[in-house]
Design a protein around this ligand. Structure first.
Ligand code: IPT
Length: 998
């Protein structure tokens, strides 16, 4: 083909520790464009061979090499996820490198994948000015040969690399050979908290670049006061001109005769782009030889003082950190799945994405433009493993690495610069600080004046534009919000503090969603409304990274660190998502949705004030519906007429007449739903909701004190309850164990954290709550029956409950009495002095062994439908719900506390859909209501399992009625439970009325 070039002017790297980002015929970074120039996908099966080291002979690259003995793997894929372990296994580490810290070297044991495939090129490609071979993602360092000639090499795993292969390709059959090393110098820059997954994991494409084509184009947009602006940059040979810009919907057709004519243009009648109303306009840029298609969104990003503004309005990020993770594909992109995932985000009121911690597949940004997200686009950079060494040798502060880092940020910005959704560039994550980061930032500032630069690690704010933090506590953010530049930062000089705190503030990570949690989301949200400089943040993180694996008996499960026999690993720290590995939203995500809902409802005596909290969209897309329920049963409902509210607008509308029940709880609910279907949800989808208790006050019936107790044991029947020596043995003819005091919960990941961050909490630095609970024996309490007494139609037991080896105890007095309205159980729980920790729960546990009709479900009136905890109650509503016992627990990747339903009024235990026992919960003297948990496992059994498949086969349903539960917090990486939601040892009462049908 024409235009052969001197491909190999520089010596190609022969060692994987070469610091240079790439060599050979690599072309400059440019936008990932949709062009009508011919291209061929090289995705599909490739011949593959894996070697244990990097030093295998290179003969495979020869054109005539006989690869018939090789295996075949699909491209794109990660070889460790292919062949059922035949090509090694994934490795998970968080901060540590999985190889010695010996930069820029990596071990000789360096899994190396050799790939080969043939591809045909049509004869008419001979006319191409240039033939380009593009790799959209290869982890971590690769060399390329075409038809036996070495072309070049590259690293930067989640970045695009294009090679000029014009001089070596030919019409008809061609052979491409690629050698991929799992470890390279580049690995030192890619220490993100995720699986290490080598291979060609994004698309490979061969592209014909036409003579007179468009090398690159950047259509910067702006929006100001109803007026759009396009500021174009066209990269093309002068001979390629004229170049024409067309925006048909806006009637724009602009012809630039020469490069010098390319100039900004104003466009009237434009609707702006926002995450809420992602209005896009199709545009084309063409020469005689090539047409490039883009979708324009008009918006202006700016920082004004301590405000981050788009189109002049302050943005609040209700964001998620999004990794590319899939249980079977790893980081391989699947557009359908990505679209469904983003639509799910929209349905859960997520409006922003931080692409932690690397650029996603380029199509993801097309989807973000289209569905509407504010995107913080992050460079592929993390050097976290240097932290342990006090950041000595950190590539970010060593000039030898500067070019490699600049190459990464250039490839990041250039590839995705056209996307309206991208509103902030991020230099990377957890990479310390240093001159190379400052140089990266300077490069971005020079290249793109239209977007600010973010990097959390710039603690003194030297080279970035926003003040970003991770996992800051609520009190600290309150101080940042209230005092701003007046408050001093510990690690800064006064001048640095002032500079940093005068910037817009955001949380690039918060609310660590590992396991059951996070708690306290609503407190973070409140800060956003109290302090305009606080711009919200990005939950860590969107999804669990579990990898689908099989237990020894074949049971499928989601594997985490250590499950593949890694030498060093970080266990289930990779399971910290708002979605479980199989896409199931966690209760934490439902809580997020409720907290981030874009409307606020304020109930008054006869009206409700509705406020639109959106950035710029009005409420014309919403319909309002109301309903009245008596004890959870709908009795009335209708539409609520509301004027269209502009952003920030509010209106007070009268409530419909509410039919109040004299003997049932009356609840009024208002729902805001989509009036019409959107790209991400059907008509009727619930966007926001609120409830108001309209019940008249009701007195809690007093418990009748008794004094006529006399000793009594033996067998006793009280209505449906049968006792032997004071112990309950049957209820309504059904075998039952307990109730016994239960103070333990299977520790959550937050409970298991031993972090030192104990400010503003009851935690002990360096020791987990779970260890303290185990030390105190909360999981192994034993009982001594102190007394069994009877009175007419009543039974009383007094138990002393304590753990082996410790003195503190709990006195449990249980009184069973048969009254006119059935059987009542009154339990007084009173701890002795000397308990030192917070408690996970204060409850009583019943066991229902499987008989002919096992207890397998629950129907209840209380808070639901999902689990809730003291610091995670916003998604829960008062109503009537039904669920099977299996659906009452969440399948967290590591089994832990789950299933607590707060605010219980009435519970019916079901067997095969039929009620077998009814439990009414009477509020305690302070009006507090208990919660319940129905599970096939005890907390002790759950705590012993590392994965769901390790839970023992169950023969019993366990019902726990909790007077109280400890909060959730997010101590697994962040603040612990706030004091208001911490459960300290205290006296509690549980009062239940138990009945059966007939
Ligand atoms: C923070 C990391 O940025 C993120 O990648 C992830 O590892 C998260 O922690 C925990 O899951 S860094 C941490 C030291 C605050």
């Amino acid at each position: 083909m024409r235009k052969s070039r001197d491909l190999l002017s520089s010596r190609l790297p022969t060692h994987v520790s070469d610091l240079a980002p790439g060599r050979g015929a690599l072309r400059p970074a440019r936008s990932w464009l949709h062009s009508d120039a011919p291209s061929r996908s090289l995705d599909g099966p490739w011949r593959f061979r894996l070697s244990p080291t990097a030093s295998e002979a290179e003969d495979f690259a020869a054109e005539g090499f006989d690869d018939r003995g090789w295996d075949s793997v699909p491209v794109p894929s990660h070889w460790v996820l292919q062949g059922d372990g035949a090509y090694g296994r994934p490795v998970y580490t968080n901060i540590r490198y999985p190889f010695p810290l010996d930069p820029p070297h990596v071990p000789d044991e360096n899994p190396t994948g050799d790939y080969r495939r043939h591809f045909g090129l049509p004869a008419d490609w001979s006319d191409a000015e240039c033939v380009v071979l593009r790799f959209d993602g290869v982890e971590s360092f690769f060399r390329v040969w075409v038809n036996g000639t070495e072309i070049g090499s590259a690293s930067g795993s989640r970045l695009a690399h294009e090679f000029d292969v014009t001089s070596v390709v030919r019409p008809g059959d061609n052979v491409v050979a690629v050698r991929v090393h799992q470890w390279s110098a580049g690995s030192y820059l890619e220490d993100q908290d995720q699986w290490w997954l080598p291979g060609i994991f994004r698309d490979v494409t061969v592209i014909a670049r036409p003579a007179g084509g468009i090398e690159d184009v950047w259509l910067r947009t702006g929006f100001d006061d109803g007026q759009g602006r396009v500021d174009p940059e066209v990269t093309a040979e002068p001979a390629a001109f004229p170049v024409t810009l067309r925006i048909p919907e806006l009637g724009v057709e602009r012809v630039w005769a020469t490069p010098a004519d390319v100039a900004p243009l104003d466009v009237a009648g434009v609707e702006p782009w926002s995450a809420e109303r992602p209005r896009l306009y199709d545009a084309t840029v063409s020469t005689a030889a090539e047409t490039v298609s883009l979708r324009l969104g008009f918006r202006t990003v700016e920082i004004s003082g301590d405000r981050f503004l788009v189109n002049g309005r302050r943005v609040v990020f209700h964001g998620m950190n999004r990794h590319e993770a899939h249980p079977e594909r790893g980081r391989v992109f699947d557009e359908e799945h990505a679209r469904a995932d983003l639509a799910r985000m929209k349905r859960f009121n997520v409006n922003a994405i931080r692409t932690s911690h690397y650029p996603p597949h380029p199509r993801l940004l097309d989807l973000a433009d289209e569905l509407g997200f504010w995107v913080v686009l992050e460079c592929d950079l993390e050097t976290h493993g240097f932290e342990d060494a006090g950041w000595a040798g950190n590539p970010c502060d060593d000039p030898a690495w500067r070019e490699a880092l600049l190459d990464r940020i250039r490839r990041t910005v250039e590839r995705d610069k056209n996307h309206p959704s991208v509103v902030i560039w991020s230099l990377g994550n957890e990479a310390g600080t240093g001159g190379n980061l400052a140089a990266m930032s300077a490069w971005v500032h020079a290249r793109d004046t239209g977007r600010p630069v973010h990097y959390e690690g710039d603690h003194t704010g030297e080279y970035t534009d926003v003040y970003s933090r991770m996992y800051a506590s609520v009190p600290e953010i309150e101080q940042i919000g209230a005092e701003g530049a007046r408050s001093a930062l510990a690690h800064c000089t006064p001048a640095q503090s002032a500079r940093q705190r005068a910037k817009p503030f955001l949380l690039c990570e918060y609310a660590h969603a590992m396991g059951n949690g996070p708690g306290g989301l609503d407190e973070y949200e409140a800060l956003v409304h109290a302090y305009p400089r606080v711009h919200g943040g990005f939950v860590w993180e969107w999804r669990d990274h579990g990898i689908l694996a099989g237990a020894p008996d074949g049971t499928p499960y989601y594997a985490y660190g250590g499950d593949f026999g890694e030498v060093v690993h970080d266990g289930n720290f990779v399971m910290d998502g708002m979605l479980l590995s199989d896409d199931v939203p966690t209760p934490g995500l439902h809580e997020f949705k409720a907290v981030a809902q874009p409307l606020r409802f304020g109930f008054g005596d006869d009206g409700v004030t509705v406020t639109n909290l959106r950035h710029s969209a009005d409420t014309s897309d919403l319909r309002f519906r109301w309903r009245v329920e008596h004890d959870g049963t709908p009795v009335d409902g209708g539409d609520l007429e509301l004027p269209v509210l502009g952003p920030g607008g509010s209106a007070r509308v009268p409530l419909p007449p509410i039919r109040v029940s004299p003997d049932a709880e009356t609840w009024f609910t208002v729902d805001a739903v989509l009036a019409a279907g959107t790209a991400w949800a059907p008509e009727g989808h619930l966007v926001a909701t609120a409830q108001r208790d309209a019940s008249p006050p009701r007195a809690v019936p007093a418990a009748r004190p008794r004094t006529d107790w006399r000793p009594g044991g033996g067998t006793l029947t009280l209505g449906i309850a049968e006792f032997v020596d004071g112990s309950l043995v049957r209820l309504a003819g059904r075998a039952v164990t307990g109730p016994r005091l239960e103070l333990f919960r299977a520790p959550t990941d937050n409970d298991e954290s031993a972090s030192d961050r104990v400010e503003d909490s009851d935690a002990v630095a360096g020791v987990s709550h779970a260890d303290l609970w185990r030390r105190d024996g909360l999981d192994r309490l034993v009982t001594r029956r102190v007394r069994v007494e009877q009175a007419a139609r009543s039974l009383r037991t007094i138990d002393r409950v304590a753990a082996a080896g410790s003195a503190p105890s709990v006195t449990v007095e249980s009184v069973w009495s048969l009254g006119d309205d059935g059987l009542e159980l009154l339990v007084e729980i009173e701890p002795s002095r000397g308990w030192r920790t917070v408690w996970p729960r204060i409850g009583i546990r019943f066991g229902f062994p499987d008989g002919t009709a096992p207890v397998d479900g629950a129907e209840w009136f209380g808070l639901g439908p999902l689990e809730s905890y003291p610091d995670s109650l916003r998604a829960a509503r008062t109503g009537r719900f039904t669920a099977g016992v299996g659906d009452l627990s969440v399948g967290y990747a590591r089994p832990q506390e789950t299933g607590h339903r707060s605010g219980l009024r009435r519970l019916t235990l079901l067997s095969g859909g039929t009620g077998v026992l009814h439990v009414e919960a009477v509020p305690d003297r302070s009006g507090r209501r208990p919660g319940f948990t129905l599970s096939r496992h005890t907390p002790q059994q759950t705590a012993r399992a590392g994965h769901p498949f390790e839970l023992p086969d169950s023969t019993t349903s366990h019902l726990i009625i909790d007077a109280a539960q400890h909060g959730l917090g997010s101590r697994s990486c962040g603040p612990d439970v706030r004091p208001a939601f911490a459960l300290r040892p205290e006296a509690r009462t549980i009062r239940l009325r138990i009945t059966a049908d007939r």
